[in-house]
Each structure stands twice: as structure tokens, then as C-alpha cells.
Design a binder for this molecule. Structure first.
Ligand code: COA
Length: 169
């Protein structure tokens, strides 16, 4: 492995916490916006650990809210870099819960966050490549590579959408 490569485990971050009444929506389950904000925070730590640079979130893809999160559960966020481009990093984010009364565990949410590492002038900065080791990391690496094929297409479509919207301003 060259100096320019890092293992997925080197960026891995975990954060666990309880959910409090202020975090809930009208259905007494965790508010999706609050969950996303926490996911972005944890994912940004993984991106910074991989690149050791300032990073910005470029896009958030394939967010799935799979199960509502209830007051009797605590939440764990797990994030790590699964794929890298030149300055971009795809961070996979997994949120799981455990019911504190009966120990039942669930995957509550998953998402892919793309971060861009920046240099001192705020321009994209070349980052180390990524080396997956475990079965899960290899699976995520391969599928993230396929997902990345859509990035250029999505960017072009969004560019067209933004020009269209600007005409309406
Ligand atoms: C993200 C940002 C730096 C990209 O700038 P840019 O001038 O379009 O950069 P480039 O076209 O040179 O692309 C740089 C990299 O970003 C990637 N990228 C840019 N937009 C992207 C998007 N929407 N999704 C995924 N990757 C993206 C490019 O593919 C490229 O990756 P690579 O270096 O691995 O090949 C810029 O759009 C930005 O600052 N956006 C605002 C970010 C922000 O405020 N986030 C919220 C708070 S952190």
C-alpha cells in the first residue's frame, strides 16, 4: 500500500446517544431533519479523518428512513469513507437503534454523503485513495463505484434545473 492510500477503518466514527423530547415530531418519533443533521455531522468527521482537510458536503444520496425511532430506543451512528475520487469522498452512514427495554436492534436509516476536501484557497484538494478490507467495506466500495457513474449525469441534470429555476427568479 502506498502512502496515498488509507483503510476504511481509519476514518470510521461511531456516536451513540439518547433521543430527547425536543427531537421528536408530532408522531412522537425522531424528526427526520434532526436525524439528517446528526448524520451530516458524523459523516463530516469521517471525511476529515480520511483527508485531514476542511471538507464540504457536496451531496447527500439514497437517504432511507427505514424505521421510526422511538423514545425508548437509543441511536448509534456509524460512518466511514467507502469510496474516493480525486478530491471527493463518499461516506456511508448507517444509523441503528437498540430498544433499551428489550434489547431489540434495528437499522433505522442509511445514506451516502459526498464530501469534497478543500485546500487553503477553498479549491478541491487531492486526497488519499481508499482500501476496503472487510466484506462489508468491499461490498460498499464496489457499489459506491457503480453509484458514482451516475454523478456526472445527476450533476448535468441539476445544472439544467438550476438554470431553469434562475430564469424564474
Ligand atoms: C462542492 C464544491 C466544492 C464543488 O465545487 P466545483 O467547483 O463544482 O468543483 P469541481 O467541479 O472541480 O469538482 C470537484 C469534485 O467535486 C465533485 N462534485 C462536485 N459536485 C458534486 C456533487 N453534486 N455530487 C458529488 N460530487 C460532486 C466532483 O465530481 C469532483 O470530484 P473529484 O475531484 O473526486 O473528481 C462546491 O460546489 C461548493 O462549495 N458547494 C457548496 C458546499 C456547501 O456549502 N456545503 C454545505 C455546507 S458544508
Amino acid at each position: 500500500m502506498t502512502e496515498e492510500m488509507k483503510f476504511c477503518r481509519q476514518s470510521r466514527v461511531y456516536r451513540s446517544g439518547r433521543v430527547f423530547p425536543n427531537d421528536f415530531n408530532n408522531h412522537n418519533t425522531l424528526f427526520g431533519g434532526r436525524l439528517l443533521s446528526n448524520m451530516d455531522q458524523v459523516a463530516s468527521i469521517a471525511a476529515a479523518k480520511h483527508s485531514r482537510r476542511e471538507c464540504v458536503t457536496a451531496s447527500v444520496d439514497a437517504v432511507e428512513f427505514l424505521h421510526p425511532i422511538r423514545p425508548e430506543e437509543y441511536v448509534t451512528f456509524e460512518a466511514f469513507v467507502v469510496w474516493t475520487g480525486t478530491s471527493s469522498m463518499v461516506v456511508f452512514l448507517k444509523v441503528y437503534t437498540e430498544n433499551l427495554r428489550n434489547g431489540e436492534q434495528k437499522i433505522a436509516s442509511i445514506a451516502y454523503f459526498t464530501f469534497i476536501a478543500l485546500d487553503e484557497n477553498g479549491r478541491p484538494y487531492k486526497i488519499p485513495g481508499i482500501v476496503p478490507e472487510t466484506e462489508e467495506e468491499r461490498y460498499l466500495y464496489e457499489t459506491a463505484k457503480q453509484r458514482n457513474n451516475y454523478v456526472a449525469e445527476k450533476k448535468q441534470l441539476n445544472k439544467e434545473l438550476v438554470s431553469f429555476l434562475k430564469k424564474k427568479l
